[in-house]
Design a protein. Sequence first.
Length: 268
Amino acid sequence: MLAMADARGRVWASIPGLANRARIPVEDARIAIATFLAPDPDSRTPENEGRRIEVVDGGWRLVNHEKYRAIRDEDTRRDYQREWDRSNRKQGWKNPTNPTNPTKSDRSRPQPTQAEAEAEAGKPIPSATAEGVTGDAGSPAAPAELQLVAKAPTGKLPCPHERLIALYHEVLPACPTVREWNKTRKGYMQSRWHEKAKVNGSSNGYRTLDEGIAYWRKFFEYVSDSRFLTGRAEGRNGGPPFMADLEWLLKPNNFAKVIEGKYHDAAA
């Protein structure tokens, strides 16, 4: 259930569905759910009398989800840091946690321009039109992303593809997994990223890396509220339910309809 939970700790499933996912008999799944719903006097977390889950419409909510999410985020941060360190040793990039202590290979490399240094540090780069640029925040980016940021022209907002894909998987774990990231999909994501960075009638835009990632987290969380987009609505004519994948969400017409609320129950 932890693996299936969305960003708010909700698990959209039925008991037979959980049994199938866990590869156990349905009756065993019923017993497990009853156990998680019941008080546990021996639990190390006394909140909610030791209950692990609570019933919500369409599934359950993990009552201690924030605790486990914090643990997972810390583990993810360590994984990124280890990847950074490996890349630094191989490619000579500065340690992001100690940029004043370059490696030996760093000292032999040309020093970056001010724009490149600011982009690498995650600072907005002003453009001629006074628009800021943004990128990723949170866990350290992968080396390939760093290079994208460093090479981005001044005034352009580098699109952190890998981070947005990871965010999609985190917030919408039940939706189809991204396994291929081809030129078409890259184009869709980059176009939507740039569009929403600009101030327009429906958005204030985002000028920093933090704001950009925060906007897209809210977008994916908004998608998670839609029964239709997440496969929780009945399919047409008895067919399987529809479930949006990342490419579908990023197509211009679909993206506009989603943010207009046309796939949410309240708008139906």
